[in-house]
Design a protein around this ligand. Structure first.
Ligand code: NAP
Length: 341
């Protein structure tokens, strides 16, 4: 295990803000993770886990503790009666796993192409896109229990999945070391979402998981900023679900507001509210702005601080509350999430 000292969190997160972490432990095996936990305990320091840092806002004061950077590699496959089990180390890049599945002709992950982050982070917020979520194909998670050092096998039904939710968000002592997906050789394309249906109508290839993955990446590249070029963590807020009555009231003001009924009410695209109702597309204050092509995405220019990003996001949420009456939640999490010792 390699341990580095005083590593800037801005270099470890895609928003590119945040102060120094006192230690960074690069963990490429489960034993490394255990060693890093011991390292933290021996120094009575808190620890926190980071993957590719694509969904976190790191504090300007940094982290006076040990960051466990989970870099566990490797992809394996196993034939099963019900399909093919594709397993990955938690440090594998999510999109690399999606591409690997597609190259093997396996269906199930293709609509999730192009989402940043690691495979190990994917179940934590149950990433989803274009009608598919991790929970639809996830078989099991291998997680190291930080309290005992033992590996726990958590089957899909025990993951507590919800919309961008799982038990791993709350039980921070479970450090994901590996994930497995049960995928099919004979899947069906899922192309109901407007953007996908429009691409198909324009002639995009969609007969294989690989073709659909490429189509999704092309669509995402048009809407989402390139993480290599700007500081961003993708969608900063979750799309809210509101009551059918509130949705009806909004329809009276904005006749064409989309709405997708679910078990809790009606899910609405926050981008519509920010853009059409509040006129905030491309809105900027100082070094922080809402991305013009997709106002759900917050962009931090070079020189931005975490405090600026945090205050800007609070002001946007307050405007949505004050002017539209909807309480919105962040998808991006603060780092450190909670000091664990
Ligand atoms: P979009 O396709 O414009 O959709 C906006 C919102 O409308 C989303 O909440 C989406 O629900 C919902 N929606 C659209 N069509 C729907 C349908 N046919 N049935 C049910 N709900 C529908 O969103 P976007 O901002 O361009 O993002 C594209 C996709 O990537 C979306 O699915 C989005 O959720 C996903 N995404 C995921 C993450 C993540 O997992 N962290 C980050 C960024 C974007 P859903 O959210 O349930 O899809």
């Amino acid at each position: 295990m390699i341990v580095r000292k005083n590593v800037s969190l801005s270099s470890l997160t895609t928003l590119r803000v945040g102060g120094p972490a006192r230690f960074l432990a690069e963990c490429v095996t489960t034993d490394d993770v255990r060693e890093a936990l011991t390292f933290a305990r021996e120094r009575e320091l808190p620890w926190n886990v980071l993957g590719e840092g694509s969904n976190v806002l790191a504090l300007d004061e940094g982290f006076e503790g040990v960051v466990l950077a989970i870099r566990i590699p490797g992809i394996t496959v196993q034939e099963r009666d019900a399909g093919v089990l594709l397993s990955a180390g938690a440090g594998v890049s999510w999109d690399a796993l999606v591409k690997d599945a597609a190259l093997r002709g396996l269906w199930g992950l293709e609509n999730l192409a192009g989402i940043p982050g690691t495979a190990g982070a994917a179940p934590v917020q149950n990433i989803g896109a274009y009608g598919t979520e991790v929970k639809d194909t996830l078989y099991e998670v291998h997680a190291i229990d930080a309290d005992t050092g033992e590996v726990k096998v958590v089957r899909n039904e025990s993951c507590g999945f919800g919309y961008r939710e799982s038990r791993f968000k709350k039980e921070r002592n479970l450090i994901i070391a590996g994930v497995s997906f049960l995928l099919r050789k004979d899947g069906e394309p899922q192309l109901e979402y407007k953007d996908l249906a429009a691409a198909v109508a324009e002639g995009a290839e969609h007969g294989t998981p690989e073709a659909i993955g490429n189509m999704v990446r092309t669509i995402r590249a048009r809407k989402f900023p390139d993480l290599k070029l700007v500081g961003t963590a993708g969608s900063f807020f979750k799309n809210p679900t509101i009551s059918p009555d509130s949705y009806g009231a909004l329809q009276e003001r904005y006749a064409d507001i989309p709405g997708y009924p679910n078990e809790q009410g009606v899910k609405i695209p926050l981008a519509f509210v920010l853009d059409r109702a509040l006129g905030l597309r491309g809105y900027a204050e100082g070094n922080v702005s809402l991305f013009a092509q997709q106002p759900l995405v917050l962009v931090a220019e070079e020189g931005a601080t975490a405090g600026e990003v945090d205050a800007f996001a609070d002001r946007i949420a307050a405007r949505v509350q004050d002017e539209i009456g909807i309480n919105i939640e962040r998808e991006v999490q603060m780092f450190p999430i909670r000091n664990i010792s």
